[in-house]
Design a protein around this ligand. Structure first.
Ligand SMILES: NC(=O)c1ccc[n+]([C@@H]2O[C@H](COP(=O)([O-])OP(=O)(O)OC[C@H]3O[C@@H](n4cnc5c(N)ncnc54)[C@H](O)[C@@H]3O)[C@@H](O)[C@H]2O)c1
Length: 420
C-alpha cells in the first residue's frame, strides 16, 4: 500500500465546523471529494453553494463545488473511497461520552471499505476510541484487518472558528496510525492539505494530545476566572493584572476571564478524558473536576454581579445582553455561557432581551427576545451586559445611551462600567 496521491477519492463524513473546511481544503488540494452528511437540509444548502460555517465563505464553497467536491446524504455515494475521514459529533450524554455518532458513521461506511483504503478519525474522544471502538466495527463489518488490509489512524482537529491567522492549512496537524503503514498513508494524505504534520507513535497518543490541549485551556481559564472573582473584592482589576503578567517574556501565557466556557470543546472534551481515566484507572482527574465546577459557576456569578450593580432584585428588571454566542464574531451558541446567563436572569424574574447578529433564530433560546442594538433598546434597559464582545457592536452607541453596563469581556470603554 503506497502513499496517498491526488487525485484520489476522499470521503469526509460529517460536514460541520470540522468536516466542511477539510472537505473544501481537500478539493482545493486536487482530491475528488465526497462530503457526506446525514442532515439532508445541510446537504441541500451546501449543494446550492450556501455555507453555514463562517470560516468557509460562499465563494470558496462554490469554487470547491466547481472542482473536486460533491456533497451527499447517501452513503452509497462513498463507494470505492481511498481515504475516509470521520468528523461527526462527540457530545456528552448524562455526563458520559456519547460515541453513537462515530459508531453509526463507521457502520454506514464499512460496506464501502476496500483493501488498501485509509480511514481516519478526527472527532475528539478519549484515548482508545480509534483502536477499541472504531477498529472492531470496521473489521467486523468488512472482514478486513486494520493494518494488514486497510490503513487506520487518528488525527485530531485543531479548528479554531473565526481565527483568520491560524487556519486548517497552516496549523500543524498531529497524525497517527495503528501501524507504520497506516501512519505513512495518513501522513502523506494530510501533507497534501496542511503545511506541516506532526507524526506521533500511536492513535492513543494523538487522542490524548487533543485532550491535553483542551484541558490545558479549560484549566487555565478556570484559574483566571477564580482569580477574577477574588480580585474585585481585593480592589484589583484582574484584566490589568493579566495584562501586566503577560509582559513577562517567559514562563507565563495569558488567559482571560469571562462568563464561562462554551462551544463543543472546552465544556465537553476534558470530561471525556476524566471519564476514561475514572473508568480505566479509578482515578479522579481533580484539575478537570475543579475547572468544570469553576467555569460552570461563572454565569451565576455574572447574574449576581448584575443584581449587585443594579442595587436591586432582578425581578422586573430589564436586561439587555450583547451577544449570545460563546465566542466573538461567531454565531455558535452551543453550550454558550451567555445563554446560561440569559436563563438565570430570566429565572430570577428579569425581562431579558439580547442582541445576537450572527446566530440563526432557530438556535436561540426561547425565553430570550432577540432585538437589534438601537437607542430605544439601550434606553429601555436597566442593565446592559456585554456577554460576547462581537466587533460589530456599536460600543459608542452603548456609551451614549446605556444607564448601567456590566462587561464580562473587558471590551467596553465608557464611563461607570462594572467589569468582571
Ligand atoms: N467545532 C470545533 O471547533 C471543533 C474543534 C476541534 C474538534 N472538534 C471535534 O470535531 C468533531 C466534530 O465537531 P463539529 O464541531 O464539526 O460538529 P458539527 O455538529 O458542526 O458537525 C457534525 C456534522 O456531522 C453530521 N453527522 C452526525 N452524524 C452523522 C453520521 N452518522 N453520518 C454523517 N454525518 C453525520 C451532523 O449532521 C453535522 O452536520 C467533534 O468530535 C468535536 O469535538 C470540534
Amino acid at each position: 500500500m503506497g502513499p496517498i496521491e491526488a487525485p484520489c477519492r476522499v470521503t469526509v463524513i460529517g460536514l460541520g465546523y470540522v468536516g466542511l473546511p477539510l472537505a473544501v481544503a481537500a478539493a482545493e488540494a486536487g482530491f475528488l471529494v465526497t462530503g457526506l452528511d446525514t442532515d439532508e437540509l445541510r446537504i441541500k444548502q451546501l449543494a446550492a453553494g450556501d455555507s453555514y460555517v463562517e470560516d468557509i465563505p460562499a465563494e470558496r464553497l462554490l469554487g470547491a463545488l466547481d472542482s473536486g467536491l460533491t456533497v451527499s446524504h447517501d452513503y452509497a455515494d462513498t463507494k470505492d473511497f481511498d481515504v475516509c475521514v470521520i468528523a461527526v459529533p462527540t457530545p456528552l450524554r448524562d455526563g458520559a461520552p456519547d460515541l453513537s455518532y462515530i459508531e453509526s458513521a463507521a457502520s454506514s461506511v464499512t460496506p464501502h471499505l476496500r483493501p488498501g483504503a485509509t480511514v481516519v478519525l478526527e472527532s475528539t474522544s478519549y484515548p482508545g476510541t480509534t483502536e477499541d471502538v472504531l477498529l472492531p466495527i470496521l473489521e467486523h463489518g468488512s472482514g478486513l484487518r486494520a493494518g494488514r488490509d486497510f490503513h487506520l489512524g487518528y488525527s485530531p482537529e485543531r479548528i479554531d472558528p473565526g481565527n483568520t491567522q491560524w487556519r486548517l492549512e497552516n496549523t500543524p496537524k498531529v497524525v497517527s496510525g495503528v501501524d507504520e503503514d497506516s501512519l505513512g498513508a495518513i501522513d502523506s494524505f494530510y501533507r497534501r492539505i496542511v503545511t506541516r504534520t506532526v507524526p506521533v507513535s500511536s492513535p492513543r497518543t494523538a487522542e490524548l494530545t487533543k485532550l491535553l490541549e483542551n484541558t490545558f485551556r479549560q484549566v487555565n481559564i478556570a484559574l483566571v476566572n477564580e482569580l477574577a472573582m477574588c480580585a474585585r473584592p481585593l480592589g484589583v482589576d484582574i484584566w490589568e493584572a493579566v495584562g501586566a503578567a503577560a509582559t513577562k517574556p517567559f514562563g507565563f501565557m495569558p488567559f482571560l476571564p469571562g462568563p464561562g466556557v462554551g462551544g463543543h470543546c472546552l465544556p465537553v472534551d476534558p470530561t471525556y478524558l476524566a471519564w476514561q481515566v475514572r473508568r480505566q484507572l479509578s482515578h479522579d482527574v481533580r484539575f478537570i473536576s475543579l475547572a468544570n465546577e469553576i467555569n460552570a459557576h461563572m454565569p451565576r456569578h455574572v447574574a449576581q454581579r448584575v443584581a449587585t450593580g443594579l442595587g436591586r432584585e432582578l425581578t422586573g428588571a430589564h436586561v439587555l445582553l450583547l451577544g449570545l454566542a460563546y465566542k466573538k464574531n461567531t454565531g455558535d451558541v452551543r453550550e454558550s455561557p451567555a445563554v446560561e446567563v440569559a436563563r438565570l436572569l430570566h429565572e430570577a424574574g428579569a425581562h431579558v432581551r439580547a442582541v445576537e447578529p450572527y446566530a440563526t433564530p432557530a438556535h436561540l433560546p426561547p425565553h430570550v427576545l432577540c432585538v437589534d442594538l438601537t437607542e430605544e433598546e439601550l434606553r429601555a434597559a436597566d442593565a446592559v451586559v456585554v456577554t460576547t464582545d462581537h466587533d460589530v457592536f456599536d460600543y459608542a452607541l452603548v456609551e451614549r445611551h446605556a444607564r448601567y453596563v456590566f462587561d464580562t469581556r473587558n471590551r467596553y470603554r465608557g464611563e461607570g462600567v462594572d467589569r468582571l
